[in-house]
Design a binder for this molecule. Structure first.
Ligand code: AMP
Ligand code: MG
Length: 348
């Protein structure tokens, strides 16, 4: 299949979006930018489009897709909404939040991986907004990476993974957030956080009377354990060199990294402050300043892909993120990329 690539920051936006919307209505696949990561979109009411999405990603078809609508009310034909949904919507939509609600029959089971619930998101990115409106459809879209790769945060990542496998790529530059949306499942007034993201648990607690955090967010799954969010059982974001996360006192961890960095086959996802301390020729992948969690979220997946491209690297190290605020989302992605390998460094 030939993939059309459109730059959507320029003046030809309208024509590109109109073409992409026509292709979606005809059952085709369109990659589009959102404020979180790029999405691989198809018509959410068409079971054939869902099949095509799974095939393009190489994703198991029990992993449900998120449906994207232009405004919170547009979910009405597809999901059973509630007061709690609209309270969340007023605060955080459009934005990086996905809400799981009971589904209506308009959404095929092939889109929800056989579940009776559907994931609804209202993206803030202007290109995503215009595309959904021009198509006049809800767009089912998982992240636009091949299964097992980090989610794409710029068009180059998408091209690397999906060129020739989709009809259109809308290149809208870098995604602002860089981590996938927060996912919360509603049950009446209560919510369960299934995936942390830029909308933090503290944000959700300011709206919901009761929020619990699914154990799968921070822990390794035991063999055969059932998960509420099927995507959580897959090993995600796996770099080809094994990744080990380091915890411990700041100076001790830094000394450990400086020592390791003498070996150029060891790659380090380091903080910007650490760059000048590292030996010359070290294989470094900066992820932003220690205190700047937004920058780290924005950089993490790019850094993991950059490390993958450096084929001489046999082992990767990164700092274990904290679990507070946006840190929880970084922690959740990092432990998946590291297959839960954490090393505690003691002061020497
Ligand atoms: P992605 O679109 O690649 O960010 O992945 C979508 C995530 O949403 C996956 O982890 C899914 O498991 C999760 N998800 C989508 N729909 C549902 C649902 N109905 N119930 C629970 N999790 C869902
Ligand atoms: Mg994904």
């Amino acid at each position: 299949m030939e993939t059309k690539i459109y730059q959507v920051n320029s003046n030809n936006d309208t024509a590109a979006i109109k073409d992409a919307a026509d292709i979606l209505r005809r059952g085709g696949l369109v990659v589009f930018p959102t404020e979180t990561v790029y999405g691989l979109g198809g018509n959410a009411t068409d079971p054939e489009a869902a099949k095509a999405i799974y095939a393009a990603k190489g994703r198991p078809s029990d992993n449900p897709l998120i449906i994207h609508v232009a405004s919170p009310e547009d979910a009405e034909p597809y999901a059973v909404t509630s007061d709690a949904y609209y309270r969340l919507a007023r605060r955080f939509m459009p934005g990086p939040l996905t809400v799981i609600l009971p589904k209506k029959d308009t959404i095929p089971l092939s889109v929800t991986g056989g579940l009776e619930t559907v994931a609804v998101r209202c993206p803030a990115h202007p290109v995503a907004q215009e595309l959904i409106k021009a198509a006049g459809l809800p767009i089912a879209a998982p992240s636009a990476n091949r299964s097992g790769k980090p989610s794409p945060t710029c068009a180059a990542h998408v091209i690397e993974d999906l060129l020739g496998r989709v009809d259109v790529i809308l290149d809208g530059g870098d995604c602002e957030v860089g981590l996938e949306s927060t996912i919360v499942k509603l049950d009446g007034e209560s919510g369960v956080l299934l995936r942390p993201g830029a909308i933090t648990p503290e944000d959700l607690e300011s709206v919901l009377s009761d929020l619990s955090i699914s154990p799968a967010v921070t822990a390794a799954l035991r063999e055969g354990e059932r998960v509420l969010s099927p995507g959580m059982k897959y090993r995600h974001y796996a770099p080809s060199a094994p990744l080990t996360l380091l915890e411990g006192e700041e100076d001790a961890v830094r000394a450990f990294l400086i020592e390791k960095a003498n070996d150029h086959s060891i790659g380090i996802l380091c903080f910007e402050e650490e760059l000048p301390l590292m030996p010359e020729g070290a294989s470094l992948f900066p992820v932003g300043k220690r205190a700047d969690l937004e920058a780290q979220a924005h950089r993490l997946f790019s850094a993991l892909r950059d490390a993958d491209h450096a084929s001489h690297i046999r082992q990767l190290y990164a700092h274990l993120p904290s679990k507070t605020g946006l840190g929880l989302a970084l922690y959740n992605r990092a432990i998946r990329a590291a297959a839960h390998t954490i090393l505690h460094i003691d002061r020497t």
